[in-house]
Design a protein around this ligand. Structure first.
Ligand code: BUJ
Length: 651
């Protein structure tokens, strides 16, 4: 047997070992890793279930800044009773369950359920986007050239993954030594049952790779009350959307060879010419619907004889959206990547690669199957590969077209389905009207300056947001920073709670007591916030937050039909989980922008990055004026922080 299909859930079609050795790596793979892709999977450490008393302690510490004394005393009482009573039993059962399920993590199933049971539309509420920098070679940014190159690189990524040639994700503390050949050869020889420990000995931390099995050929299927994830690794066709029309053509042959780039180019040109007008009813809008509504219409679609077409959509390697729009700035670009105009997307697909008329590329992804780490890795690899080893050049000629290879999907729509599409379109357009996107840039300092000041850049940005909210709303508001727990087997994310007693004191001092404190005192407060935030970050990355643990306990209680424990009914618990500031950060040379919608109607979605010399964020919200005001106050807060760091008193 070849390297393909060695694992049960892994792909069963692909290249055989003998073929691989004969091929030029560049034409079929993004790279050829010495260490097999899934080498560490068996020996990854397990996500710890925190001790219940630690969880309660952390929970109360996060509640403290949000509550007045009376409210806090009440919440503390409820939490202590939970710890001694019903919580203790739930925790014991959770630990027991976890011990019996060593192949996964305690959070994996509850987290899938959280996403799949949610009935809100995936667009805006869940699907984030990441957009790519342009190809540095100007002429490679025409729509067809970029699309062809990115499709080929994506399929190379898929081939690398399926043949265990994709480098495993590893967090290197000491990249020089652990990325050396010697290290890789040594690690490769270790049996998979101990390989993780070999990496750990040299301070390298392999990450969970389980999410990648749903990156390709996957779709979320709407079902009544709980959706399902579908993967058909046998799919070899690409789904291409243009002007609301669906096309499929094979991009791989049965041996896993990639269709010649000039043929892919020819198919895309054909599609651009063929889909010259919008269909009367675009099915795409249905994927923007509430999930139960969509589940019911999907059933009608199946009954009306569209099963084959839906199968083709669901099992396609991924979805390529060739958009008929050239965003004039980053705000338009964000709108386009985050929700688009609804008729040229299939939001249920694990991911869609979107290319606008001017060749700007981005990925919009469904979130239930995986997190930012896996999608960012994909984005990084395809950006790098498509810019360094482009499959076609701007003057490449497309192959002579055999149009039969490309199929346009025609759907059978009855009156009821047509009116469901219309209703979905109207709702989608109304929501789109309401969502605002705002960019923010602060050019006076960035990571380099903050590191010299011995401060955590992330902590400073989060502190600035806290001060901002305090200035704008006159109180502390519930905030969330996403943190990956991919260092553990089937880890997902943990929440960092950027609000704390120290950020509250510091915000209060900067907003309400500007002349009361000396610069040295204010500086000291910033230092304390930075230290505290660093600790929270580390704890979250090690699975030692409180959010996921409480979530799993609640999930267990609900799934058993127990009466809801008081802790989860406490209005303070609900307030803490009404996230006004939802934040997430990432950094990569491949990435131009990223973003996501707010998670509550009165909240903001804040994608940010502290770059070397500046700070940037891309924000979304339904309350447009408040969002604008938030960014005005954010600038104020960052200027205040700069004044103090440079020794100037606040004026
Ligand atoms: O927390 C979770 O479990 C997952 C989170 C959910 N939420 C988005 C609601 C926080 N998901 C993620 O964090 C993935 C988000 C992926 C997009 C991240 C965007 C970051 C943007 C960086 C670049 C901004 C630069 C702006 C320059 C003007």
């Amino acid at each position: 047997p070849g390297p393909v299909g060695r694992r049960g859930y892994w792909r069963t079609v692909g290249l055989t070992e003998s073929i691989i050795s004969e091929l030029d790596t560049d034409h079929h793979f993004v790279h050829r890793s010495t260490i097999p892709t899934m080498h560490f999977q068996d020996s990854l450490p397990r996500l710890p279930v925190p001790k219940l008393e630690d969880t309660v302690k952390r929970y109360l510490a996060a509640q403290k800044p949000l509550l007045d004394d009376d409210q806090y005393r009440n919440t503390e009482r409820i939490a202590r009773e939970f710890e001694k009573g019903v919580g203790r039993k739930l925790h014991r059962d959770l630990v027991e369950f976890d011990k019996k399920n060593k192949h996964t993590s305690y959070i994996s199933d509850p987290w899938f359920d959280m996403y799949l049971c949610a009935r809100d539309p995936v667009v805006l509420n869940f699907n984030p986007f990441i957009s790519l920098n342009p190809d540095p070679k100007e002429a490679y940014n025409s729509q067809v050239v970029r699309a062809t190159n990115l499709v080929v690189s994506s399929i190379k990524f898929l081939n690398s993954l399926n043949n265990e040639l994709l480098r495993p994700d590893i967090y290197y503390v000491n990249p020089k030594w652990s990325q050396s050949r010697l290290f890789k050869k040594f690690i490769r020889l270790l049996p998979t049952s101990v390989s993780w420990y070999g990496a750990y000995m040299v301070n390298a931390y392999p990450l969970d790779m389980s999410q990648y099995k749903r990156l390709f050929n996957s779709s979320r299927i709407p079902k009544l009350n709980k959706d399902e994830l579908f993967t058909n690794e046998l799919g070899r066709h690409l789904l291409v959307m243009r002007n609301g029309h669906f096309y499929v053509f094979d991009v791989l042959d049965t041996d896993g060879n990639i269709l010649h780039p000039s043929e892919i180019q020819a198919q895309l040109i054909y599609i651009l010419q063929d889909a010259d007008r919008l269909p009367e009813f675009s099915l795409c809008y249905l994927t923007t619907e509430d999930r139960n509504t969509w589940a019911a219409v999907r059933q009608q679609l199946l009954e009306a004889g569209n099963e084959d077409n839906l199968q083709k959509i669901d099992s396609a390697v991924f979805c390529l959206c060739l958009d008929n729009i050239s965003p004039k700035d980053d705000i338009e670009l964000s709108h386009c990547m985050l929700h688009g105009r609804g008729f040229n997307r299939w939001f249920d697909k694990s991911f869609s690669l979107i290319i606008t008329s001017d060749g700007t590329a981005g990925v919009n992804f469904e979130h239930s199957w995986g997190d930012g780490v896996a999608v960012l890795r994909f984005v990084n690899e395809v950006y790098r590969n498509s810019t360094r080893h482009p499959a076609i050049v701007p003057h490449s000629s497309p192959a002579a077209l055999s149009a039969t290879k490309c199929e346009r999907l025609e759907f059978k729509l009855n009156d009821s389905i047509q009116s469901a599409i219309n209703a979905a379109r109207v709702k989608f357009e109304e929501t789109n009207e309401k969502i605002s996107v705002r960019m923010f840039e602060f050019r006076k300092f960035g990571k380099e300056f903050l590191v010299k000041q011995k401060l955590s850049p992330d902590a400073v940005f989060q502190l600035a947001c806290q001060m901002t909210a305090y200035r704008q709303f006159g109180k502390i508001i519930s905030s969330y920073e996403a943190c990956s727990t991919a260092a553990f087997k089937h880890g997902r994310t943990e929440t960092i709670r950027p609000t704390s007693i120290v950020t509250k004191q510091c915000s209060h001092a900067f907003v309400e007591e500007r002349s009361k404190h000396s610069v040295a005192e204010l500086r000291n407060m910033i230092d304390e916030c930075s230290k505290y935030h660093r600790r929270l970050q580390l704890e979250a990355a090690l699975g030692k937050g409180f959010d996921r643990h409480l979530f799993a306990l609640k999930h267990l209680s609900v799934s058993r039909g127990d009466p809801m424990p008081e802790l989860f009914l406490d209005s303070a618990y609900q307030k803490l989980n009404h996230i006004i500031l939802s934040t997430s950060t990432l950094h990569s040379p491949a990435v131009h922008l990223g973003g996501f919608g707010p998670v509550v109607p009165d909240g903001f979605g804040i994608g940010y990055n502290v770059f070397d010399t500046w700070v940037g964020c891309n924000t979304t919200g339904y309350l447009s004026r408040e969002l604008q005001e938030f960014l005005r106050c954010l600038e104020y807060s960052l200027n205040d922080i700069l004044d103090v760091l440079e020794g100037r008193p606040l004026v």
